[in-house]
Design a protein around this ligand. Structure first.
Ligand code: F6P
Length: 548
């Protein structure tokens, strides 16, 4: 049965009419009309406090958005996900990252089988391995303890682990170093291993499929580097472990499957950082902190599943994103953590949000006639303020912002944390309220500069505050975004869990690699630009032209 087109739904039409009324209202007016707005338009769950009063919404907007969510079947779709239904319809898979952080007593079924015992069996194996490495009981081929861990993977098999390592570095065991190699550019591997002693280095090869070109190329390079340095093929057994769903491919590569940590096809790559893909995270922060992170995820899962829509944090965030993207016309979202440890959080969110919701057809395969996933981007504050905030404040594009901050610093240094958070708070205020021409004139600004120094304001933002960046808080924060992405996908009626759009480039690259590596230039049958680039690259590589 095909679903009605989103834009013809009465609830969508009602939002359109509502937008015609409220769209031009300035946040200054909304705040003036309701002095309690800054306290009322807030929501707190699982230790995360969301202030969305600086979004361009009122009580009617929120009600209409919730009505749209109900019409789109959001509560039923949430249940379908948690029950293990195959909601990833184009791949005919269940979507059960929530099972990865469910307690051992939970019962979540895929094809009638409870997957929770399998999840916990892998967690326990990871824990035993992590303890051995961290304590020095796991020895390398030459009898030295492991001092360096290099995780090899790409996309979902890299971005989560990198982000989590950086985010939770304050909790990490400092006598172990961690490196992450993802790019097929040899520089990534060479620089990551440059000063390392192979006898003290452990490689974790992370790949759901274990067929990804970049990861396999880097894993082969790592293997050659290790065997050459240690002079013995059998060293691989002590220096390589794999994380994958594909035991046969792991064995083919030459890693003993006894040294493999598994996960399942119902875990999407970009939703896998709390599966065995997070082994490097566990090695860094230890078993207890890893379990605390899982508990943070789970607490947000429970909230998402059970809280009514009016009090449901991920649902609210997802619906605000619909409002900003489809009604206010914002094409991007800036994520601005005022927390240095979250420096890789925007990069992580890019895959989570854009690989999930960068889709142009509905579940039925019909083209959408509305915007879907926005571009996510960002940098930690305050660095961004001295870079791209100018455009957010005075440019011609509307860029809704998510500010993220914590009450307590992990590295107190004089008054610097107060300075940091003062900037976070001030940016949201400046974006919302701006500075009128009258105010600029009143400061004595010469008339020629008044327009330049005027800030129109009315630029929406949300602020997320938590007490402290702990493993638990990180888990909850990530789950908040995961579920918000899901909510948006439900409204847009798209498959947020496939990624067909990455295939074409991969296929074409295979042909191109053959054309670049052939001894003599083969017949080229691409378009004229692609043919010329292949020729020019071959000449440059072979030193046959200066390129000028
Ligand atoms: O090319 C995109 C992608 O399939 C991502 O979805 C995935 O996270 C990444 O490649 C890595 O895949 P794998 O874990 O199978 O190596």
């Amino acid at each position: 049965m095909s679903t009605p087109d989103l834009t013809t739904r009465p609830q969508w039409q009602a939002l359109r009419r509502h937008f015609a009324q409220i769209g031009a209202q300035h946040l200054r007016d909304l705040f003036a009309a309701d002095p309690a707005r800054g306290e009322q338009l807030t929501l707190e769950a699982v230790g995360l406090y969301l202030d969305y009063s600086k979004q361009r919404v009122d009580a009617d907007t929120l009600r209409l958005l919730r009505e749209l969510a109900l019409a789109c079947g959001l509560p039923q779709r949430i249940e379908a996900m948690f029950r293990g239904e195959r909601i990833n319809t184009t791949e005919q898979r269940a979507v059960l990252h929530v099972a990865l952080r469910a307690p051992a007593t939970a019962d979540i079924r895929v094809n009638g089988r409870n997957v929770i015992p399998d999840v916990h069996a892998v967690l326990d194996r990871m824990a035993a391995f992590a303890e051995r490495v961290r304590s020095g009981a796991w020895l390398g081929h030459g009898g030295k303890r492991i001092r360096h861990v290099i995780s090899i993977g790409i996309g979902g098999s890299d971005l989560g682990p990198v982000m989590a390592y950086e985010a939770l570095r304050a909790y990490s065991q400092r006598d172990l170093t961690f490196g992450f190699v993802s790019n097929v550019d040899g520089t990534d591997f060479v620089e990551a291993t440059r000063d390392l002693d192979a006898g003290e280095t452990l490689f974790i090869v992370c790949s759901k499929t274990f067929t990804t070109l970049e990861t396999l190329s880097n894993a082969h390079a790592a293997r050659a580097w290790c065997v050459q340095a240690l002079g013995d093929e059998s060293a691989v057994a002590k220096h390589f472990v794999a994380v994958s769903t594909a035991a046969d491919e792991v064995a083919k590569f030459g890693i003993d499957t006894a040294n493999m940590f598994g996960f399942w096809d119902w875990v999407g790559g970009r939703y896998s950082m709390d599966s065995a893909i997070g082994l490097s995270t566990m090695l860094a922060i230890g078993v207890e902190h890893f379990r605390a992170m899982l508990a943070g995820f789970h607490a947000m899962d429970e909230h998402f599943r059970h809280a009514p829509l009016e009090h449901n944090l991920p649902a609210l965030m997802g619906l605000l994103a619909i409002w900003n993207g489809n009604f206010l016309g914002a094409a991007t979202v800036a994520v601005l953590p005022y927390e240095q440890y979250l420096k890789r959080f925007p990069a992580y969110l890019q895959q989570l949000t854009m690989e999930s919701n960068g889709k142009h057809v509905t579940l039925d395969g019909a083209p959408v006639d509305y915007a879907t996933g926005p571009v996510y981007w960002g940098e930690p504050g305050t660095n961004g303020q001295h870079s791209f905030y100018q455009l957010i404040h005075q440019g011609t594009q509307l860029v809704p912002c998510d500010f993220i901050g914590f009450g307590q610093p992990l590295n107190p240094l004089g008054q610097q944390h107060d300075q940091l958070l003062a900037n976070l708070i001030a940016q949201g205020e400046a974006l919302a309220f701006g500075k009128s021409a009258a105010e600029v004139r009143a400061e004595g600004t010469p008339e020629a500069l008044v327009a330049h120094r005027t800030f129109e304001g009315n630029r929406p933002s949300s602020t997320i505050l938590a007490a402290r960046l702990t493993p638990h808080a990180l888990g909850s924060l990530i789950a908040l975004y995961e579920h918000s992405v899901f909510v948006q996908g439900v409204i847009w009626n798209i498959d947020s869990f496939d990624q067909w759009g990455v295939e074409l480039g991969k296929q074409l690259a295979k042909t191109t690699i053959a054309e670049l590596t052939a001894k003599d230039e083969p017949p080229l049958a691409h378009d004229s630009s692609t043919n010329a680039l292949i020729r020019r690259y071959r000449q440059l590589r072979d030193g046959k032209t200066s390129g000028s």
